[in-house]
Ligand binder design. Structure first.
Ligand code: 0FX
Length: 242
């Protein structure tokens, strides 16, 4: 059985590769590839200088011929209809579907106070859409910033993949489909959140939620402009009293 894992996220690539190695199913021939979009994965020693790039819109015919299963582990490309209908494609998504489809789900879960978690689903041509194989929520606290929830979600993805590993490989899982299409947030929605309007009237709760949703390690997300038009970045530090 020929499996392709497409990933643009180093952290999750390393974890899924380790899991395949541990399970050691001898009948599997696994390839790991990534997108033409520049991401941190280009610098990883497994990919650096090697031509392991796949452009799904261009290469889908070749993929249909060469693989029995394609796993998107944070692959940044939208798979075309011909590909998802021609071979079983599975997406591991850092959001709880159908509630958190699209980009940076934990950010919007903080802003709109929704549940958050991870999902494994069969792919159709819509973004983060298709029959759900497994999904579980993770806790979300008022003192979390984006990265705290994100790390929980990424661990949940691996936990779910581990739990459903054999049924995914053997195609023996049972899927669930939902009438509710949920919400889809795009990169543009995230960019729009980043500019803070200093004179906007909001509650402290809204301010804290906006800032913690936009605080993610070293990323410079939230900003405002000072009197001289200079851009000032803002992040927040939240500490629970032990
Ligand atoms: O790989 P990933 O964690 O996930 C993203 C989408 O959220 C996901 O829905 C899609 N399936 C996947 C292919 O791409 O994204 P990332 O590694 O670019 O970012 C991880 C987190 O970092 C993100 O959730 C929020 C934070 N971040 C990222 C960027 C680029 C920021 O706070 N600011 C940024 O500028």
């Amino acid at each position: 059985m020929r499996v392709l894992v497409l990933s643009d996220n180093v952290q999750q690539y390393i974890r899924i590769k380790k899991l395949f190695q541990e399970r050691d199913r001898k009948e599997l021939k696994i390839d790991y590839k990534h997108s033409p979009i520049r991401s941190s994965i280009w610098e990883h020693e497994d990919f650096n200088g090697k031509n392991l790039v796949i452009n799904v819109k261009r290469d889908w015919r070749e993929l249909l011929l060469n693989y029995d299963l394609i796993i998107s582990m944070h692959c940044m490309q939208l798979f075309p209809k011909e590909l998802v209908e021609g071979v079983r494609c599975i997406n591991i998504h850092p959001g709880y579907n159908p509630v958190n489809r699209g980009w940076y789900p934990q950010v919007f879960a903080i802003i709109h106070d929704t549940i958050i978690g991870a999902t494994i689903h069969e792919m159709d041509e819509k973004l983060d859409h298709g029959p759900i194989i497994a999904h579980e929520t993770v806790p979300k606290y008022l003192y979390d910033t984006s990265i705290d929830i994100y790390n929980r979600v990424l661990s949940k993805e691996i936990e779910l993949f581990e739990k459903y590993f054999d049924s995914i490989i053997d195609n023996t899982y049972i899927t669930n489909s939902f009438e509710n299409q949920g919400k889809v947030y795009l990169k543009r929605d995230f960019i729009d959140l980043c500019e803070l309007e200093l004179d906007e009237k909001v509650t402290y709760r809204e301010v804290i939620n906006r800032l913690r949703a936009l605080t993610h390690g070293d990323y410079k997300n939230a900003y405002f402009f000072d009197e001289e038009g200079r851009k000032v970045y803002v992040s927040v530090n939240l500490e629970l009293d032990e």
